[in-house]
Design a protein. Structure first.
Lengths: 298, 256
């Protein structure tokens, strides 16, 4: 065998090995989906998908398995996290990319990356001992501190690194020429940021928010620790509509994690169904991020 | 013939930290004329050009000595926003914003307070005509500026610059990223623009300097790599009877 043939052989083997590695993650995703789906099928068949998605009553003892309250809980806590976290994260990103001198960037950026490394149970502990008592100080009847507001605040900090990092990258990727072109026309730094740089970075910023959304939807343990976990459709607790965020709630993730250890039969299957709904929600969110990013490139 | 002087550098030096990049340059930019800065790469001609609208302020660690004057006033004492309204700039790579053609041209006027749509439309049309682009884009003002060809983009950038009615237009190798036909259009345009604007252009292309400019400055680095002005005078004189042998060597292609 010549050296050329041997090398061609190695080439083919390497190609196959790399292809298998690349396909592995796809296979794993498919397998997870299929097995979760298989376990969820009895619930979907017996209870009905529509009934599960639209019923607000979750009483496993009564064979009532509506997950709308949890969908609302997950949705609201994520919305709250976006409202609190996006301005903070965007401010951080703009500061780091456009305003801060290098030495500050060198201190701030690693600390943001450190935030991403803190285990979520630690965020939960912090929420319980700091945020929950703070929220409890808001005077409203029935406000226990545990609820959507505290959970949203915890979640806002948890998604901060994702949103800040990707947004900072998006802002930094705006060509230098735009910046110079705007300044050379007599724009101030802030005018340049708000009128040229942010619009140009918009696709990247939107994707960062959507990726943050995906992360927020999937967060489990920190949510269980601060959100109160009551299976109720969140509603304002005073006449102020914003007080909906003082309501207790339960997330889709929390529902599965709290009950799976003792659930059996159709109850267990309904928890898998909860997982499937969550899975699909996150796939939708992430693929919309991908779509937005691609549109930004073109 | 002596022309009025629009801008003037007096004993102007520029430092990056401890490194001296421009060494004591003095020259006058005559009003309604095209002055070209030529010289080999790294001689500081672009840095010098950017001193006229203080774009070097953006670079950390830059300090200067001496003065740059606009209509007799020290530009370092002028409000930088105001200065850049009076001294526009066109860059090497066309850099239209990712906005419509209309919004690109209206960008400057909007910054400086023109809000009324019909006023803006008048300015946009006048500026695009001034940049010889109107006939090509008048039916597509809503189209993205980025969708134009390179030469059209550069003329859009010129329209954007003249929309704020500057006194001076600085051009930093405005045609170096363009093909010969687009380059020719820019050069023809410069000849028209100099009726109303004072122009300073950096070019690495000596033929271009010879074709378009009225005055030429030749810059060269000294043994410490600092940019020095070797010679400044009417273009014809610089290209036919330069007084410095280094100028002659450069324009005859012996180095650079």
């Amino acid at each position: 065998m010549t050296s050329g043939m041997r090398r061609t052989g190695t080439e083919k083997t390497m190609k196959a090995v790399l292809l298998i590695s690349a396909l592995a993650s796809l296979m794993i995703v498919l397998l997870i989906f299929l097995f979760t789906m298989k376990e969820a099928m009895p619930a979907f068949r017996e209870i009905g998908i529509l009934k599960m998605l639209t019923d607000t009553t979750w009483r496993p003892g009564n064979d009532q398995f509506g997950i709308l309250a949890m969908i609302a809980g997950s949705g609201l806590v994520t919305l709250g996290a976006v409202l609190l976290g996006v301005p903070l994260a965007l401010g951080t990103a703009i500061f780091l990319s456009e305003v801060a001198p290098n030495w500050i960037v060198k201190i701030v950026r690693p600390s943001i990356e450190l935030l991403a490394g803190i285990p979520s149970v630690v965020y939960g502990l912090f929420g319980m001992v700091v945020l929950v008592p703070l929220v409890r100080m808001i005077p409203a009847p029935g406000n226990a501190g545990f609820g959507l507001l505290a959970a949203s605040a915890v979640l806002a900090v948890m998604v901060l690194p994702t949103i800040a990092n990707i947004s900072e990258f998006a802002v930094r990727s705006v060509p230098k020429g735009y910046r110079e072109g705007s300044l050379a026309l007599g724009a101030t730094k802030w005018e340049t940021i708000s009128r040229v740089i942010l619009p140009a970075a918009k696709p990247g910023i939107i994707s960062s928010v959507v990726l943050g959304l995906g992360r927020a939807l999937g967060e489990t343990i920190a949510m269980i620790m601060v959100i109160g976990n009551s299976v109720i459709l969140p509603a304002p607790i005073t006449s102020n509509p914003l007080s909906i965020f003082l309501s207790r709630a339960r997330t889709l993730t929390g529902n599965v994690a709290v009950e799976i250890s003792y659930a059996t039969g159709i109850h267990e299957s309904a928890l898998f169904a909860t997982g499937v709904v969550l899975f699909i929600l996150i796939i939708l969110v992430n693929s919309s991020a991908r779509f937005l990013m691609r549109r930004g490139v073109n | 013939m002596t022309a009025e002087i629009r801008m003037r550098a007096v004993d102007y030096s520029l430092f990056y930290g401890d490194f001296k990049a421009l060494n004591s340059i003095s020259l006058d930019i005559p009003t309604y004329r095209i002055s070209a800065f030529i010289g080999p790469s790294g001689c500081g001609k672009s840095t010098f050009l950017r001193s006229f609208n203080r774009m070097n302020d953006l670079i950390p660690g830059v300090t200067t000595s001496g003065k740059v004057l606009l209509d007799g006033n020290d530009v370092s004492k002028e409000d930088v926003v105001n200065l850049r309204r009076k001294v526009g700039m066109v860059f090497q790579r066309p850099n239209p914003f990712p906005k419509s053609i209309f919004d690109n041209v209206a960008y400057g006027p909007r910054l400086h307070g023109t809000k009324n749509r019909s006023d803006l439309a008048v300015i946009v049309e006048r500026s695009l005509k001034g940049a010889a682009l109107w006939d090509e884009v008048k039916d597509d003002l809503g189209k993205s500026g980025m969708s134009l060809s390179g030469g059209q983009q550069q003329r859009l950038c010129i329209a954007r610059a003249i929309a704020v009615e500057p006194e001076v237009i600085l051009m930093d190798e405005p045609a170096s990223a363009l093909d010969p036909v687009a380059t020719l259009k820019i050069e023809e345009l410069m000849n028209v623009l100099k009726k109303n604007y004072t122009i300073a252009i950096v070019t690495h292309n000596m033929q271009q300097a010879a074709r378009v400019s009225d005055y030429t400055a030749f810059l060269l680095t000294d043994e410490n790599r600092a940019g020095n002005l070797i010679e400044f005078g009417p273009t014809k004189q610089i290209f036919t009877t330069p007084s410095d042998s280094r100028t002659e060597d450069y324009i005859s292609g012996r180095f650079g």
